[in-house]
Write a protein that binds this ligand. Structure first.
Ligand code: GLN
Length: 305
């Protein structure tokens, strides 16, 4: 496995020169575009890592999976899906257009920004600090890394420039999807996006999802199985934004990407995978990261379809 990952890394490295690092959150623009890292962890806990695996990256949209888990734990299935839909979208992740034109008026799914802000608004706790701590504590448990925290610079940078997300949130308060203090919900959303992880952290989280929410070693239930099933399904249908269909055909495993260049993917009952490559395509997905997963899937026959 280690040798194969090294080969894949070398064959995909040139793709880090294609595309662009996300610039619309200014602090993300500083990332080294030539980074590429892969970690695969199997059900026996063997860890295989190559490339830039020590470096931390912000989770960005990958955090949407975790907040969906918490919102489902806090509000139940009906409570969450009365506010956000279950259908994929052909629009970009930060699009506002369908919020006004769809009937009933609610975000299409919890993986686009509008849906994720709505989901985050449902997380319980008194005040931002307590609600953030609940998100962090679930991520620390899933990743087995008690040191996980957020990057203050990326958080402040998005908070300062996140007018598009701000407008989505206020629009949703106008149509009764988001309730309460919009600025507090937005603050929590920007914080969750700025939580920092390595590819190993991502692979550990994915491993628990691949094992239906149970820690594969201790067998402890970290997230209830019915919730993991929902989250994993969204990874397949909406995890790669409006490129999820192509990804399902080319790679064929549940995955979620973030605009920092991270991708978290799981192979049910087999592997947890974390990949990073900050240079993105025009849909906001890591170009080299997708290719790495495609190669890995081909060689190990990972497609679930
Ligand atoms: N923080 C980013 C945003 O809200 C997350 C988007 C993403 O990773 N696609 O725009």
């Amino acid at each position: 496995m280690q040798l194969m990952l090294q080969e894949i890394l070398e064959s995909c490295k040139h793709l880090t020169r294609k595309g662009q690092v996300a610039q619309y959150i200014p602090a993300l623009g500083d990332a080294r575009s030539d980074c590429l890292g892969i970690t695969v962890i199997d059900m026996n806990g063997h860890v295989f890592s190559v490339g830039d695996c020590q470096e931390k990256f912000t989770m960005q949209s990958v955090s949407k999976l975790i907040t969906l888990m918490l919102a489902l734990i806090d509000n139940g299935i009906d409570g969450v899906f009365s506010k956000v839909g279950m259908e994929p979208t052909g629009d970009p992740f930060n699009s506002i257009i369908k919020l006004e034109t769809l009937e009933p008026a609610k975000p299409l799914n919890p993986m686009i920004n509008a849906g994720a802000i709505a989901t985050t608004s449902l997380i319980k706790g008194s005040g931002t600090a307590e609600r953030l701590e609940r998100i962090l504590s679930l991520i620390r448990k899933l990743s087995k890394n008690p040191h996980i925290s957020y990057n203050e610079r990326v958080y402040l940078s998005e908070k300062e420039t996140g007018d598009r997300n701000r407008s989505l949130a206020y629009f949703m308060r106008g149509i009764d999807i988001v309730k309460g203090d919009v600025e507090e919900h937005l603050d929590l959303y920007f914080l969750q996006c700025a939580i920092e992880v390595t590819t190993r952290d991502l692979a550990n989280i994915a491993l628990c999802i691949a094992n239906m929410g149970k820690d594969p070693y201790t067998k402890e239930v970290v997230v209830p199985e019915h919730i993991v099933r929902i989250v994993k399904t969204f990874m397949v249908t909406c995890g790669m934004y409006d490129a999820s269909g192509e990804f399902a055909i080319r790679v064929g495993i549940p995955a979620k990407s973030g605009v920092s260049g991270v991708i978290m993917a799981c192979v049910p009952d087999r592997y947890g995978i974390g990949v990073v490559g900050p240079s993105l395509d025009d849909k906001g997905n890591s170009i080299a990261g997708i290719k790495v997963l495609e190669e890995l899937s081909k060689r190990l026959k990972l497609s679930i379809f």
